[in-house]
Design a protein around this ligand. Structure first.
Ligand SMILES: NC(=O)c1ccc[n+]([C@@H]2O[C@H](COP(=O)([O-])OP(=O)(O)OC[C@H]3O[C@@H](n4cnc5c(N)ncnc54)[C@H](O)[C@@H]3O)[C@@H](O)[C@H]2O)c1
Length: 328
């Protein structure tokens, strides 16, 4: 079968992770790369090959591509993702896929109409341990889910990460991985309510995201939960953990591929030792097989995870719980 011809918009940190994996796949070929920074795109082209562009539309119009990766900060997602899908290009969009609902829905509509394969970078879903846990939890009653993601600030004063209008804050930009994994394992979240504060990072230049967030979660199943985040640990350190409280025991998840049962031995969850594929292999294989089910997070599903934090941020502004809209 012919190689899948890839373009990539954004050639920063995360694009490099995808491109370095794609470069090793026999069924993928990097054709064109695009970044608004000429320096970044030139450097990426020097490493991975392909033709350099500084305008995504031009790249899509001028190049013969099968699929486009969008490895952009939350604020930089734009109509071009919809245009790519409308033109029959398979799209892979880095999380969080949108900073507002309307943009996300327009891309879902385009992928549905054109029938292209879509993927999102929630790579924890490809771990054997998480899938074993998912199977184990299918018929269990979860009472509560308690989660935190605590850390410092990414990048310096110029970085988009610390600007609320650009990143959406710690919950939207980083703890979205935890939100997505919680949805994957425990089902849909229907309502959120967030309170947040800014008391510690007040002297950090250009820092407009809250440095502490507390979010309550109502699940479709009836379970309840919460997530807390902080970016106050600027001298290093940090912690992330999700606890699923079940009858007589809890599942404690520290990161992808790493969970334990408390008390030890209360239940057994067998994790198969079968080979795992990466998020990129899954996307490329799905394109070749024309089978969306190989991808564990479609664009529409990724939007459902992004909506949890979009609605949480809105609830903090309005000072009341927000129902999460459904995504078709
Ligand atoms: N899945 C994961 O584990 C994971 C890990 C890290 C980052 N990410 C996500 O990846 C996304 C990108 O993060 P990053 O760390 O690569 O950011 P980055 O700042 O390193 O890179 C982003 C790049 O996009 C470019 N860019 C911005 N607007 C553009 C446009 N309109 N057209 C073309 N290029 C444009 C910038 O110049 C920059 O080079 C974020 O949403 C982040 O959350 C995901």
């Amino acid at each position: 079968m012919e190689k899948v011809k890839i373009g990539c918009v954004g050639t920063g940190g995360m694009a490099n992770s995808h491109l370095s994996r794609l470069a090793t796949l026999e069924n993928a070929e990097i054709i064109a790369l695009c970044d608004i920074s000429e320096e970044r795109v030139s450097s990426a082209v020097a490493t991975y090959g392909g033709v350099a562009y500084t305008n995504a539309k031009k790249m899509i119009n001028e190049t013969d591509l099968d699929a486009v990766y969008f490895c952009l900060p939350p604020f930089a997602h734009s109509e071009i993702e919809k245009v790519a899908a409308e033109n029959g290009l398979h799209i892979f969009v880095e999380k969080p896929v949108a900073i507002d609902l309307d943009h996300g829905l327009s891309v879902v509509e385009a992928t549905d109409k054109s029938g292209v394969i879509s993927g999102v970078g929630y790579q924890g879903r490809y771990q054997n341990a998480e899938n074993a846990l998912k199977e184990f939890l299918t018929d269990k009653t979860i009472g509560m889910i308690a989660c935190h993601r605590w850390g410092g600030i990414a990048g310096g004063p110029e970085h988009w990460w610390r600007v609320m209008a650009k990143s959406g804050g710690m919950l939207h930009e980083q703890a979205t991985h935890q939100v997505d994994m919680i949805r994957y394992l425990a089902g849909e979240i229907t309502e959120v309510y967030k309170i947040d504060s800014m008391r510690i990072n007040i002297d950090q230049e250009n820092h407009t995201i809250p440095d502490a967030e507390v979010v309550t979660l109502q699940f479709e199943s009836g379970a309840v939960g919460y997530i807390t985040t902080t970016s106050a640990l600027v001298r290093g350190g940090g912690s992330m953990r999700t606890d699923f409280i079940l009858e007589n025991h809890m599942v404690l998840q520290l990161g992808w591929g790493n969970f334990s049962i408390v008390p030890e031995g209360a239940v057994t969850v067998e994790v198969p030792d079968t080979p795992q594929i990466s998020v990129d292999e899954a996307f490329i294989n799905a394109i070749q097989a024309n089978d969306q089910s190989i991808v564990k997070s479609s664009y529409a599903d990724g939007l459902r995870s992004a909506l949890v934090s979009i609605c949480a941020n809105q609830s903090a502004i309005e000072g009341k719980p927000i129902q999460i809209p459904t995504v078709p």
